[in-house]
Design a protein around this ligand. Structure first.
Ligand SMILES: [Mn+2]
Length: 245
């Protein structure tokens, strides 16, 4: 299989367009279609904070519907899904921007976005094993021994990473560096934690290069295992990026 994985777009539609063009996708049909057999893989967090969340979600839904893309949800996707279900979720941490975009749409269009996103979310597993197990995509991570299993703890890990329940001084949750200890063979491709450069640790790759925080939007090409990035148009926010030793 030939797949280009992209993480944490967070409404950065212009960068998504630029990145997929750089990867050789054609936008003639209003969505990125590759002239060869390549497909796209989205590792979650399509929306929130960036300027065009609904366009990103709409594009991913259309690609997915046509079998041209696969997708796993992120924590922001989970929150938007719960918002669409009418749950009482806090409109903070970027959800407020997506809700503002929605409220600016005519009611019919709001319903369309809601229907599409609910469908995409409900039909997408929290992690996916691809290419006969040689590739796993997941938003925040998975322990290798858990591939093929599912329970509440694995779900939480897939969406939020290896959180301890503690908070950093700035109020963000403490996340353990699960990837550092990973020793397995197949590739695990994920995002969720912004890093200035794609981070390779064993056969894991974090491709969240913080586009919405002014970093870049990155794709990992498989099976080539080669990264391609485009710069972000957003202001750079240094403290949002994590460094690892
Ligand atoms: Mn995330």
């Amino acid at each position: 299989m030939q797949i280009d994985m992209i993480g944490d777009i967070h409404g950065c539609m212009d960068e998504l367009k630029e990145l997929t063009e750089k990867l050789g996708y054609d936008w003639e049909k209003g969505m990125p279609v590759h002239p060869g057999k390549r497909m796209l893989g989205f590792v979650g967090d399509l929306t929130d904070r960036g300027p065009k969340s609904l366009q990103v979600a709409d594009t991913v839904w259309r690609l997915w519907k046509k079998g041209l893309a696969t997708y796993v949800p992120g924590n922001h996707c989970n929150k938007l899904y719960r918002y669409f279900l009418g749950r009482n979720v806090q409109q903070t941490h970027g959800l407020e921007t997506t809700v503002a975009e929605l409220k600016a749409c005519p009611p019919k269009e709001q319903q369309r976005h809601r229907r599409q996103f609910i469908e995409l979310y409900e039909k997408s597993p929290l992690y996916q094993v691809l290419d006969s197990g040689k590739l796993v995509i997941v938003h925040a991570g998975i322990k290798r021994k858990n591939i093929g299993r599912m329970n509440k703890a694995i779900q939480t890990f897939a969406l939020y990473g290896d959180i301890t329940g503690e908070k950093n001084p700035d109020g963000t949750p403490v996340r353990r560096d699960w990837a550092k200890a990973d020793m397995g063979d197949g590739w695990i491709v994920y995002g969720h934690t912004p890093v200035k450069e794609p981070r390779f640790a064993g056969h894991t790759v974090n491709i969240d290069t913080g586009c919405v925080f002014g970093g870049k939007l990155t794709a990992l090409r498989y099976p080539d295992i080669e990264t391609v990035s485009v710069p972000s148009s957003m202001p750079f926010v240094e403290e949002k990026f994590r460094t690892f030793d």
